[in-house]
Structures are given as structure tokens and as C-alpha cells.
Design a binder for this molecule. Structure first.
Ligand SMILES: O=c1ccn([C@@H]2O[C@H](COP(=O)(O)OP(=O)(O)O[C@H]3O[C@H](CO)[C@@H](O)[C@H](O)[C@H]3O)[C@@H](O)[C@H]2O)c(=O)[nH]1
Ligand SMILES: [Mn+2]
Length: 728
């Protein structure tokens, strides 16, 4: 056997710095035990309830801390060898289907969507093996029109990308790079392609703005006639249009090279049928693609997540085609990276620690979660297949073994698979496909795959494989985390709870890893206790911590300091800035007292049958004022939402308690200082963290300040709280 056959297509390395980490973890664990021991044995007569609340909160934090350590013990990272893949397989590679999901032409502009579509069409991969599907849950002719425009532009764009080997291959991203792209070709060529792109975008944006497609354009494609004036996004027939047919020899670009298959799909929507949001779209895509290309590998991205590296398919195949481990791997997940982050990460959306530490850690205990985008699956596992040691994938399956049906016949068949009634009385959404019933369809689907015996891989190459749009306002961030925390918590409370469902099927540490997200939401209650009660108790003269001179204060301070120092170290080594870490800590608190609180409330309401599951799509556009303050890293409020009232009330409460507490101590001397110092420190830390909120309430004059009614409401709530506390 030649040597090359024995070489692995990827390697797995343990991340460094383990000894330091383990030392820190063991000492913090001892510290936590001492803290809990102190709390449990010193319950006072006066202020018993507050003390017991502290005990309960600290117990929760301690348990949650243990859970978060499950993935930190031994994270791994991978390296792939695309040269070995090329040497071994050449172009004899499997067919790949790519799914792009969009839901609403107004929060997800069609010009952005097609840039993502173009970027994945332009992968460095044999085009006859590539099929791209766009699912449009908005059922909008505007999106269809944009995709039709993209087919024309692709005929110039794809050869341009390949001739000059450019990156990234999303035209929107490429032309917005500040520099670097000017030199790749002659200025004439560049201005030709750039103008063509800009004109196309302008036509699309104009159409979106007016909501209409010019009549003369409609004559160009039969697909436009699917839309009539009665059609709405919530009520329409299934639409499948094969815009580029990879099996047709005439589907070529302007240089005569084959183009990939490109399909538009809007599954049927009827008001009386529940459509199950993105999970429903994914399942329709799985079925529709099965009659068109049926590739053994399926990759899916959200419409804002363009491909940032044209080698990613080959990169992912290094895992699936590896002789030693490949047959165990069900999916390969790339991290969610974003191209619109600001330097200091004002809304804490960089996710670098999650990507590098937590996902890498999940990888070492059985595999990362499926996070809904940037993920390559075997088609078979999405369709419910269990892992078996002797399972052999048919890598030659797909495209070419389809019969010679006409396009119309195929489209008709595909449409019947995208009809509302199709899933009736079937296992779709349960045993087959992406699971229904939870706003984080991705997490639960991935968990089920792991429980069927498959492993997954987290691949985080130095050049990000995908880049998406992170929320650029506080409101959007809070909304996104509400959906995530609620979704994960409702899974935790369901029969899919990782500890029950995963019992005996996946490792305990893997179950714990899943629970990091499942327990996000309940974190809100102890956090609320911790940010309110000690401060109020300070004002009331009710001590909740050991005195400064007591040796028992040492474990409290140790746990606080070392935990924060380690979190800072993690954040900095993942590439965040110091200020970015600090902003992240603030957002962590804000999310806990708003998003996660709402997550708990909504999950409970659903359990009691009082409300239904929703999926609020995050907007990928922001108005000019919002963009400016985002770039300047100024927090944007602007609207009078109840979340802001919570934030403002807690901020104000802490400020008053700090001032009042300091006043009392100064008037009654140092003995009090000794007793209340820990509470003063806690309260002062909260006030420092909340600084931008005071500014937004009292100092700022711009549109993004906290609106006066919110400030007024928070003053009202704080006054009320003090009255209650006083007259108790
Ligand atoms: O009814 C729907 C609702 C949403 N989407 C699509 O789902 C994707 C994700 O929606 P978005 O509003 O961007 O949510 P995010 O919070 O950014 O999404 C993250 O979290 C989701 C689960 O909550 C996962 O599905 C996503 O892949 C993951 O990126 C977008 O492409 C939407 O077009 C649909 O296709 N149909
Ligand atoms: Mn998104």
C-alpha cells in the first residue's frame, strides 16, 4: 500500500494551557465549597429570607459552574489536509447540496440573500456536483426576482472569482472590503464587474422598495407567473423553480463552464397549517432536493452567512472521507463568525469564547452542537439513520443516477413534497428531519443525532469559513437571546432533557455540555437576587457576607477574583480586547435580567399551555442612526420597552443603595465599614458596570438615549421598592 493511503486527512490536538486551567478549577471548587459551607451554617435570625435566597443563588451558581467546566477540562482543535484529499481523490468527490434559508424580504434584504447564494455557488468545487437551494419562507416574488437576477450575474461572477482566485466570493462582501481587491485584474475588468453588480443591486433594491417587479422582466421567466395578487406570505401554493439546471449541457457561464444547479423553493403556506418556522423549511428542502440532486452531503447556511472561504467544502470532506474516523462523523460544524463586529464588542456578540473554548470542549466529549448554520450533514443522518460500525456511505449517490425526467415533471414532483399536507401522519419533524416544537430546532436535532450514536466535529480554521450579521442593536440582541434561552430551557424541561434523553447514549460530560445552554434561562433568577438583595440589605443595615476581618471572607474574594481573572484570560486569548471583555460582562448581566428572565417566563407559560411557540426573525438591516451609534460603540435604546425598564430600575436601585450605604457608614464609623465592605464592593461593581445606563438616562440627549418615560417608570419602581422595604 502506498504511504499516502495511511495518512490521516485530519488531526486532533489538545489545546494548550491545561495545567494552569486545572489548577485554577480545583482551587475554585474548594473555594466554592467553603462559601457554601459558610452560608449553610450561619443562617441568621434577622434577615433570614434574604440569607436563604443568597444560599439558593450560590447553590445554583455553583452547580452551573460545575456544568460549564465539563467542556473546559480538555478542549481539542482540528487541522485538515486538503492536499492529501486532493492526492487521494482528485475530483472524484461526492455531490453536495447547499441550503440557504430566508424568511422575510424586509428584515432580510434580497440583495443580501443573493450575495450569500452567489458565494456558495462560487465554491472551488466541481460545479456539476454542486446544487444550491434557496428556501423563501416569505414566499416573495421580490426574492424570486433577486435570485433570477443572480443567475444572470453568476455567469460573469463565477468565472471572475475562479480566474483571479478571489476571496471572499460574496460580491457584497468583496466589494465592500476597504482595500486589496483593486489590484487583482485590469481596472477595466474590475469596473465592468463592479458596475454590473451595483446596477443589479440597485434594480433589486428599487423593486423591493416599490414592492413591484417591472412587467417586461416578468416575461423572462415562467416562474414570475406563480405569483398573483392574492398571494400573501402566509397563504400560497408550493413553488419550486429550477433556475439553473446542472444536468443541462447548456447551463454554462459566459466562458462556457458548467454552472451549479440553482433552485428556488417556497413551501406551501396556509393559515390553518402550522409551518414550524425554519425547521419546517429545512425539512421541505431535504425532500425537494431529494428529487432534484439528492446529494449525500447537505450543507445549510442562514441567508446572511456568506461563504468566506471557497475551499470549505473540501475542508469539510477531509473529515467525512477520512478512512479511520470518517465513518463515525455525522456532521461537521463551523463556528458562527460575524463580519459586522466592532472592536470592543459592545453587545457581547463576538461568541469567540463559545467558539473556541466551549465548542472545542464539546468536540472532545462527543461533538459540538448543531448550531443551525454553517454545518455539513450526511443526508442520511438528517433522515434519521442510526450509527452502525459497518455503515458504508454511497459517496457516488446523487445527481447522476436521476432519470431523464423533464424539468416541469421534476418541479411538479418537488412541489408536491413541499405541500402542507405532505407531512401529515408522517415522522417528519420527529424521527425524520429537523425536529419541530422548539425555537432552537438546531440544538435538539443535533442532540438527537448524537444520541443515535454519531459523533460530530467542530472545525475552526484560521480563516473563518462563514461570516454572518450579528445583531447591531440592544433590542435585537435581547430578542435573539430570549429565543435561544427559551428554546434551550424548554428542551431542558422536556423529554429531551440532555440528562434523561442522553442517559446511557452519550457521555455525562456531553450531557453537561448541552446543559450549559439549557440552563441559561434559569440563571436569571439567582442573578436578579444577587443584583438586588445585597444592595437593598446594605441600605437596611443587614449584613449578608462575612466581615472583612473574618477569615471566611477569603473564599468569597478568591472565587470572585479568580473566576473573573480566568474569564478575562479566556476572553483575551480568544482574541477579544480588555474593553470587549468588560462589555461582554455587562451584556452577560443584561441578558440574564432581561432575555433569560423572559425565557423562563415564556417557557413556563408554554408548559401551562398559555402561549404558543414563536420564532422572531432578527433583522439584518438597521437605520442610519443605529448604524452610526453601533460603529461608535454607543449603546442604543430609543424605544420604551419593558426590558429597558428592568435595566434602568436595577441600575438606579444600585446607585441609590450605594450612595445611601456610603452615607450611613460615614456617619456611623469604621466598625460598620468592616461589616458592610463586601456589600459595598458588590454594589459599587454593579454601579460601575451600569455606568452607560446612567449616562443614557440622565446625560445623553440623542435619539438613542433611554426615553424619559422609561426613566420615570424606573424612578417609580425604585421609590416603591424603598417604601415597601421601609414599612416592612
Ligand atoms: O420561519 C422562519 C424563520 C426563520 N427562518 C430562517 O432562519 C434563519 C435564522 O433566523 P435569524 O432570525 O437570523 O436567527 P438567529 O438567531 O440569527 O439564528 C440562530 O439561531 C437559530 C435558532 O434559534 C438557528 O436556526 C440559526 O441557524 C442560528 O443562526 C434565517 O436565515 C431565517 O431566514 C426561516 O427560514 N423561516
Ligand atoms: Mn441570524
Amino acid at each position: 500500500m502506498p504511504k499516502i493511503e495511511r495518512e490521516r486527512l485530519f488531526t486532533t490536538e489538545r489545546s494548550g494551557g491545561r495545567a494552569l486551567y486545572r489548577l485554577h478549577a480545583v482551587t475554585v471548587a474548594v473555594g466554592i465549597c467553603l462559601v457554601l459551607y459558610y452560608r449553610a451554617t450561619r443562617v441568621p435570625e434577622q434577615g433570614r429570607a434574604a440569607w436563604l435566597g443568597m444560599l439558593a443563588s450560590e447553590l445554583f451558581f455553583a452547580a452551573y459552574w460545575v456544568i460549564t467546566q465539563s467542556v473546559r477540562w480538555s478542549p481539542v482543535r482540528h487541522r485538515t489536509f486538503r492536499d492529501r484529499l486532493a492526492a487521494r481523490y482528485g475530483e472524484r468527490l461526492p455531490c453536495v447540496d447547499i441550503f440557504v434559508c430566508t424568511a422575510d424580504p424586509h428584515s432580510e434584504p434580497p440583495s443580501l440573500v443573493i450575495s450569500t447564494v452567489l458565494s456558495v455557488m462560487a465554491y472551488n468545487y466541481p460545479t456539476e456536483k454542486l446544487s444550491v437551494y434557496l428556501s423563501d419562507d416569505g414566499g416573495s416574488v421580490l426574492t424570486f426576482y433577486a435570485l433570477w437576477e443572480a443567475t444572470l450575474f453568476a455567469k460573469e461572477w463565477l468565472p471572475f472569482c475562479k480566474r483571479y482566485n478571489i476571496e471572499p466570493r460574496s460580491p457584497a462582501a468583496y466589494f465592500s472590503e476597504p482595500d486589496g481587491y483593486q489590484d487583482v485584474c485590469t481596472p477595466k475588468e474590475l469596473s465592468f464587474i463592479k458596475d454590473m453588480y451595483e446596477e443589479m443591486t440597485e434594480r433589486i433594491d428599487t423593486a423591493v422598495m416599490s414592492g413591484k417587479i417591472p412587467e417586461e422582466i416578468k416575461a423572462n421567466h415562467k416562474g414570475f407567473y406563480e405569483w398573483n395578487p392574492e398571494i400573501t406570505s402566509k397563504n400560497h401554493q408550493p413553488i419550486v423553480q429550477i433556475l439553473l439546471d446542472g444536468k443541462d449541457r447548456n447551463t454554462v457561464d459566459n466562458e462556457g463552464n458548467m454552472l451549479p444547479t440553482l433552485v428556488y423553493m417556497a413551501r406551501e403556506k396556509r393559515p390553518q397549517h402550522h409551518h414550524n418556522f425554519k425547521a419546517g423549511a429545512m425539512n421541505a428542502l431535504i425532500r425537494v432536493s431529494s428529487v432534484i440532486s439528492n446529494s449525500p452531503i447537505v450543507m445549510n447556511v442562514d441567508c446572511d452567512m456568506y461563504s468566506n472561504n471557497s475551499e470549505t467544502i473540501r475542508d469539510a470532506l477531509c473529515f467525512f472521507l477520512d478512512e479511520e474516523m470518517g465513518h463515525k462523523i455525522g456532521f461537521v460544524q463551523y463556528p458562527q463568525n460575524f463580519n459586522n463586529l466592532t472592536k470592543n464588542n459592545i453587545y457581547g456578540n463576538s461568541h469567540q469564547v463559545t467558539n473556541q473554548v466551549e465548542m472545542g470542549g464539546m468536540d472532545s466529549v462527543g461533538g459540538p452542537q448543531y448550531v443551525g448554520t454553517g454545518c455539513f450533514h450526511r443526508r442520511e443522518i438528517l433522515c434519521g439513520r442510526k450509527f452502525a460500525e459497518d455503515y458504508k456511505e454511497d459517496w457516488n449517490g446523487g445527481m447522476k443516477d436521476k432519470t431523464q425526467e423533464s424539468i416541469d415533471e421534476i418541479e411538479e414532483k418537488a412541489e408536491s413534497l413541499a405541500a402542507c399536507m405532505f407531512e401529515h401522519d408522517t415522522q417528519w419533524g420527529d424521527e425524520i428531519g429537523v425536529k419541530y416544537g422548539y425555537p432552537v430546532e438546531d440544538i435538539i436535532t443535533g442532540l438527537a443525532i448524537h444520541c443515535r450514536g454519531w459523533k460530530s466535529v467542530h472545525n475552526n480554521p484560521p480563516r473563518p469559513a462563514f461570516l454572518g450579521v450579528a445583531p447591531t442593536t440592544l433590542a435585537q440582541t435581547i430578542l435573539q437571546h430570549k429565543r435561544w434561552s427559551e428554546g434551550s430551557f424548554s428542551i431542558f424541561l422536556s423529554k429531551y432533557c440532555p440528562f434523561l434523553f442522553g442517559h446511557g447514549k452519550i457521555k455525562l460530560r456531553h450531557q453537561m455540555g448541552y446543559s450549559i445552554y439549557g440552563l441559561w434561562a434559569p440563571n436569571s433568577l439567582p442573578t436578579l437576587h444577587y443584583v438586588i438583595i445585597p444592595s437593598l440589605a446594605l441600605l437596611q443595615g443587614n449584613p449578608l457576607f462575612p466581615e472583612m476581618r473574618s477569615p471566611w471572607i477569603i473564599p468569597f474574594i478568591y472565587v470572585l477574583c479568580v473566576n473573573n481573572m480566568y474569564s478575562l484570560y479566556e476572553s483575551l486569548s480568544a482574541g477579544d480586547t480588555l474593553k470587549g471583555w468588560w462589555n461582554g460582562q455587562r451584556m452577560w448581566m443584561v441578558k440574564r435580567i432581561t432575555s433569560y428572565l423572559y425565557g423562563v417566563i415564556d417557557t413556563l407559560r408554554q408548559l401551562l399551555g398559555l402561549s404558543k411557540m414563536t420564532f422572531a426573525v432578527t433583522s439584518k438591516v438597521s437605520d442610519e442612526d443605529e448604524s452610526t451609534s453601533y460603529e461608535q460603540e454607543i449603546m442604543e435604546f430609543g424605544s420604551t420597552s419593558p426590558e429597558y425598564v428592568i435595566i434602568a430600575t436595577i441600575a438606579l436601585l444600585n446607585l441609590v443603595c450605594l450612595v445611601g450605604g456610603l452615607g450611613q457608614i460615614m456617619t456611623s464609623g469604621w466598625s460598620l465599614f468592616n461589616v458592610f465592605c463586601p456589600q459595598l464592593i458588590l454594589c459599587a461593581m454593579l454601579v460601575i458596570t451600569n455606568a452607560p445606563f446612567y449616562e443614557a438616562m440622565f446625560l445623553r440627549k440623542d435619539k438613542g438615549r433611554i426615553p424619559f418615560p422609561v426613566t420615570l417608570a424606573s424612578i417609580g419602581f425604585v421609590t416603591l421598592t424603598f417604601l415597601v422595604v421601609w414599612y416592612q
